[in-house]
Write a protein that binds this ligand. Structure first.
Ligand code: GLC
Length: 723
């Protein structure tokens, strides 16, 4: 019998120990106890008559949130309490006493940082803030690929690229799990649109799926061993994600040997036999009652077990997977909660916002001088009140609470969560600190004519443009809402020194683009975002963000200019055929030859960088070595990117590697990037293995997917490998 560390030690068990302990503990459980573990209860019953807590939740349980599963104290199994999400600890109203959690920037802003070390630190902070509240499962690790710029949840995902998404998602999971908290990766898979997601069938070529969304999960799982994988709401090739035998049993648990547990999304378990198809835990059971009229993993699952339709071994396996996830991170052996320095977390949120801001255009107007008594017009975007965020289950109430909440609403279960959330402090207040000698004139951007009058009487204009995006909604197009395009157009006509700051969760159309002098993409930059924006505009911070998604010139360039199902009533079944396959984003533009508005990887700096001395080795994979130099007159960070451009004569664009480097003026750094061989290969579903074609291939080092600076040919030896 293994000696167990004292209960107050937080030691993470080795995988084998966790598996051994899970097997030993599971064998001691009663069947009732086993059934209690394969279900989680939502903290607040959505839409119920009482609207109160579910009777299965103990009255004295104060820190309730997304999910509760009772513990089994006699065997040292803690209650399993889960909270959302990837940008901080959410509080959807269950805990009025909570003074707020650190609201980190949106994942798409973290994606723009191209900085795994930073994202891991954010994960550690989220893990600490989860643990201090007693949450031992964090529903984080959003890593769906941004296939469609209309997808309302892209702010909760890192990028359009499998490698960038996987590396950053793994970093976040490792950060969270290092604090003794289980993390998810989600939503497995192809949950890339929100329109009628519960009735959406995502259709894709299976091999292309392995080369894109599945490869993202595969690499992220290898790098982080997440305790749990959350399956998505949608179907994939006709089978619901939560009951997709091929994706769960054959690929995830079979080919990849995943040992953790699969939890459903909330309200994504319509049938008990999902347990036979790979689902290990029904999440937020009341949401299933709301959507499907039942909680399959309660009575129906027990009946199936009694009849022998659910084998004892399968029930044991479901439980062992849940237990091993807890044991592997030490969630069953917490000592005292770690000290949480919220000031430090705010500094981390600030650094994250700084590195996530992407300077898209700069016609020699930024940074603005801080020593001159400029007359600055600040226009629109509620810039006098705060910074906006995305909406839905991932929305975090920042420390100290919101500066304002304005209801927007909409169809379906997420309509009531669709609000304009404003985080203090306001951009206007932060700009006044950054430009102490300037005179400020604020205009709400309420009408173009009024805004133009303000713009006309100032030296420079900073126009804020916002678009609230969130869970449950796809945008109908890429335009800014509330007539903001007309305001920016009028302002730019009135004053050519106009700078636009975007707070959006996706690319947007910019009809005024050629009339303005600079464009900053700030995304949803979190609770310290206003300061970060002011620091970039004043030059205190040299922007280093790079686009993690392509900005299309228009949706005509997209594989699906018209989004199937958009605007259909809630509950309408919809099929989306992802015919672009693995050629997502920049890969699609390389294939079609279309010119995007801004390419993946694009981002300007206040200094300049030079790349030289590319040397490439081939064979089983590709290793590229080159030197990057800061040739400007101020310190800055760059993100050189290594791309595959051609495989044995076939054009194919793949990001093979990247590294964020900070350099002083004149400083050089030699970088060496080695490709994951799967990025050089095609997946062959017939053999279940990857195949690299022998021959001469080509790579390039670039400042974006379109701006390739150094190129080289490299021989690749053909081979099959897998899975
Ligand atoms: C939501 C989301 C999921 C979240 C869960 C719990 O609907 O799809 O990301 O973790 O429910 O709130």
């Amino acid at each position: 019998m293994m000696t167990r560390p004292a209960i107050n030690e937080t030691t993470t068990a080795s995988p084998n120990d966790a598996d051994e302990r899970a097997r030993a503990v599971e064998a001691q459980l009663t069947d009732d106890e086993r059934f209690s573990l394969v279900l989680s209860i939502l903290g607040h019953t959505p839409g119920s008559a009482t609207g109160g807590r579910d009777p299965r939740i103990p009255e004295d349980l104060t820190n309730m949130s997304a999910g509760y599963t009772p513990g089994i104290p006699r065997l040292g199994i803690p209650a399993i309490q889960s909270s959302d999400a990837s940008m901080g600890i959410t509080n959807p109203g269950y805990r009025p006493d909570d003074e707020g959690a650190t609201a980190f920037p949106a994942l798409i802003a973290m994606g723009s940082s191209f900085d795994p070390q930073l994202v891991r630190q954010v994960g550690e902070a989220i893990g600490r803030e989860a643990r201090m509240r007693g949450f031992n499962v964090q529903l984080a690790g959003g890593c769906n690929l941004a296939r469609d710029p209309r997808n309302g949840r892209n702010f909760e995902y890192f990028s359009e690229d499998p490698l960038l998404s996987a590396v950053l998602a793994a970093a976040q999971v490792n950060g969270i799990q290092s604090q003794g908290v289980v993390s998810t990766l989600k939503h497995y898979t192809l949950n890339c649109n929100e329109t009628n997601r519960h009735w959406l069938d995502a259709v894709i070529d299976p091999d292309a799926h392995r080369e894109s969304d599945l490869l993202t999960f595969q690499i992220a799982i290898e790098r982080s061993q997440p305790g749990s994988i959350m399956s998505g709401y949608n179907k994939i090739n006709g089978e619901y994600a939560g009951g997709n035998d091929h994706l769960l049993n054959e690929v995830l648990k079979g080919a990849w040997g995943y040992k953790g547990y699969v939890m459903s999304d909330w309200g994504a378990t319509p049938e008990w036999d999902f347990a036979l198809k790979g689902l290990d835990q029904e999440s937020g059971a009341q949401a299933d009652t709301l959507l499907w009229g039942k909680e399959p993993f309660t009575d129906e699952l027990r009946t199936a077990y009694a009849k022998g339709d659910l084998p004892k071994e399968r029930l044991a396996d479901m439980v062992r997977r849940i237990l091993r996830a807890l044991f592997a991170v030490g969630a069953d052996r917490w000592g005292p909660a770690p000290e949480v320095d919220m000031a430090e977390h705010n500094r981390l949120a600030l650094e994250c916002a700084r590195r996530g801001i992407v300077l898209l255009e700069n016609d020699d107007v930024l940074p603005l001088p801080t020593e001159r008594p400029l007359k600055i017009a600040v226009i629109g975007g509620y810039a006098q009140q705060g910074i906006i965020s995305g909406t839905g289950s991932g929305a975090v109430a920042p420390v100290g609470g919101f500066a304002g909440v304005i209801k927007i609403g909409g169809a379906g279960v997420m309509g009531k969560h669709r609000n304009l959330f404003l985080f203090p402090p306001s951009p206007l207040d932060e700009l006044k600190k950054a430009f102490p000698k300037a005179q400020f004139d604020f205009d709400p951007g309420y009408t173009p004519a009024e805004a133009a009058l303000t713009a006309k009487r100032c030296d420079v204009v900073i126009a804020f443009a916002i678009r609230v995006e969130g869970e449950g909604f796809d945008s109908a197009d890429l335009s800014l809402p509330w007539g903001q395009d007309s305001v920016i157009d009028a302002v730019a006509d009135a004053n050519p020194n106009t700078i636009v700051v975007l707070e959006t969760g996706n690319p947007v159309s910019m009809p005024w683009r050629n009339k303005v002098k600079a464009i900053l993409q700030a995304w949803y930059p979190g609770q310290a975002g206003a300061q970060a924006i002011a620091e970039v505009l004043s030059g205190k911070v040299n922007p280093s963000g790079r686009l993690p998604v392509t900005f299309p010139e228009s949706l005509a360039q997209h594989p699906r200019p018209d989004l199937p199902g958009l605007g259909t009533p809630w509950g309408t079944p919809v099929t989306i055929e992802y015919n672009e396959g693995a050629e997502i984003g920049y890969r699609w533009y390389a294939k079609t030859g279309a010119e995007p508005m801004y390419p993946f990887g694009h981002g300007l700096s206040y200094t300049a960088f030079d790349y030289r001395d590319l040397h490439v080795d081939g064979g089983d994979t590709i290793t590229a070595t080159f030197t990057v130099t800061n040739v400007g007159d101020r310190a800055g960070a760059d993100v050189p990117q290594l791309y595959l451009t051609d495989v044995a004569g076939e054009a194919r664009r793949r990001l093979l590697g990247f590294e964020r480097v900070e350099l002083q003026p004149g400083e050089s750094r030699e970088l060496s990037l080695t490709a994951d061989p799967r990025l050089l290969a095609r997946f062959d579903g017939g053999t279940g293995r990857w195949h690299i074609v022998a021959g001469s291939s080509k790579v390039a080092v670039g400042t974006s997917a379109d701006e390739l600076v150094l190129e080289a040919a490299v021989p690749l030896s053909g081979r099959h490998f897998g899975p």
